[in-house]
Structure formats: C-alpha cells, structure tokens
Design a protein around this ligand. Structure first.
Ligand code: DX5
Ligand code: ZN
Length: 252
C-alpha cells in the first residue's frame, strides 16, 4: 500500500505535445512548462509499428532547447535499440519503447539505462502482461496504453484499467519500488535508508479530467494527456483540474 509520505509528489502530469500546434513546437513545449507540467511526453512514430509518422531526434533536440521540462520520449517504432543514442543526444530524459516492437527487450532496456537516463517498457492494450515480473526490476516505468497507439484524440479503453491494477498488485506483492528496486521484507534492514517511492506506472491515451480517477484508483501515477490539456482553453487550469481529480481519487 502507498503511505501518506509516499503520496507526496506521486502523481505526475505529462502533457503529450502530439495534440499541440506542430507549427510552433517550441512555444507549445514552453506552454506546458509554464502551465505546471511535471514532464513533456513526445510521441515518436515510424509509420510501420503504428500507421502514423511524427517526429525524430532533430525535433526532440529543438524541443529540448525550448524547455527545461523532463523529456519523456515514447518510441512507437521498430528496432528501438538502433535509435537510442540519437534520442539520448537529442536530450531525452526517459525513453520508453514497446514490448511488441523488438525481440531485444532486455538489451534495449539495459542500453537505455547505460546511457544514464530512465528506461520504460510499453504495452499495447491487447498485449499479454505475463512477462511483466521478468522486466519490472529492469526498467523505471511501465507504460500501459489506454488506446491503440498511433493517434491522439481517441477514447480510453476501460478494460486496460484491470491491467493497471494487475501491474500495481504485482509490484506490491514483489515489493518492487521506484526504479525496479526490490525492498527486502525485513524493515530493520533498510530502516536507516530514505523511503523509496513506489514503482512508476504510466497510462497514455484518452485521459481527461473525468476519467483520470479510474486510472489512479487502478494504480497509475504518471498521467499522459494530449487533447484534454493542449486543446483546453487554459492549459494551466486544465492541468490543475486533472491533478486535483487524480489526487482526490488517490485519497479515497
Ligand atoms: C497515442 C500517443 C498518446 C497520445 C495521447 O499513440 O501515444 O501519447 O498523444 O493523446 P490523447 O490524450 O489525445 O489521447
Ligand atoms: Zn504516447
């Protein structure tokens, strides 16, 4: 279970710039920063793994020059391993790739971490989570897609919330904390250490101020939102409302 101390700063809001104005990406990045975002989510699509094309490392580098926000790069591309270095050089602070996109899951996670940034593993809504226990201690975040990846503006697939709960339960059972670190069951062994935060579970797709509570109740703590933040009349208010709805449900 998550304690009161651990709740502080637990929910993170990550606007997805995919819903922003691609004619003014630098300003759109700054807009998220000024509106109080915790990180900026960048969707990279290759037209093969998903039927859409978006941005590459050059654009990520340009966005990096425009903002101090933590850059969360979500690769929806085949052969993610081959592109890690270029996205790291571009300023990625986290790289998440899809389990479905490569045979080299462990090598890719480990290489991302070797580059001194955070590593994430993403699952499509229909993908089995049976391999989850094998990867939890090798990554920093699990991303559960709440839509079929490829496009913004879709509706959240509610059945994924059971999967979120499943991952949170596995983390609790195995005592897996932030960064995939396992806490030993004997508290005296780590009583002198600072508390380690819970493992990060991210959700992405179709999330808004009305349904975010279901995601958080299921156990997610990093909330990606494109349309509901970038297309809102005032992004600061939209982030505030999303955060309040998320944190409120967490208290219940
Ligand atoms: C979908 C992307 C999402 C998308 C979310 O493939 O991974 O990040 O931008 O956008 P909304 O919140 O509009 O569903
Ligand atoms: Zn995404």
């Amino acid at each position: 279970m998550v304690t009161d101390m651990e709740k502080h700063g637990f929910i993170k809001i990550a606007p997805s710039i995919l819903a922003g104005d691609f004619g003014h990406l630098a300003q759109e990045a700054k807009r998220a920063e000024d509106a109080g975002a915790d990180s900026l989510h960048l969707d990279v699509m290759d037209g093969h793994f998903v039927p859409n094309l978006t941005i590459g490392p050059q654009i990520v580098a340009a966005i990096n020059r425009a903002t101090d926000l933590f850059l969360d790069v979500h690769l929806m591309i085949y052969r993610p391993f081959d592109y890690i270095e270029r996205f790291v050089e571009a300023g990625a602070d986290n790289i998440t790739f899809h389990l479905e996109a490569t045979e080299d899951v462990e090598e890719t996670l480990s290489y991302i971490r070797k580059c001194n940034i955070r590593a994430g593993l993403a699952f499509n809504p229909k993908t089995s989570l049976s391999m989850i226990p094998r990867y939890l201690n090798k990554c920093d975040v699990i991303l559960l897609m709440t839509v079929d990846p490829g496009f913004g503006g879709q509706s959240l697939i509610k059945s994924v919330l059971d999967k979120v709960k499943f991952v949170r339960d596995v983390c609790d059972q195995l005592n897996i904390r932030a960064g995939g670190i396992t806490m030993k069951s004997n508290p005296s062994l780590h009583s002198a250490l600072p508390p380690i935060e819970p493992f990060d579970i991210q959700v992405d797709g179709g999330i808004n101020q009305k349904n975010v509570r279901f995601c958080v109740e299921a156990g997610a703590n990093i909330i990606v939102a494109g349309t509901s933040l970038y297309r809102a009349p005032d992004m600061r208010i939209a982030i505030q409302e999303l955060r309040e709805a998320a944190e409120k449900s967490h208290d219940n």
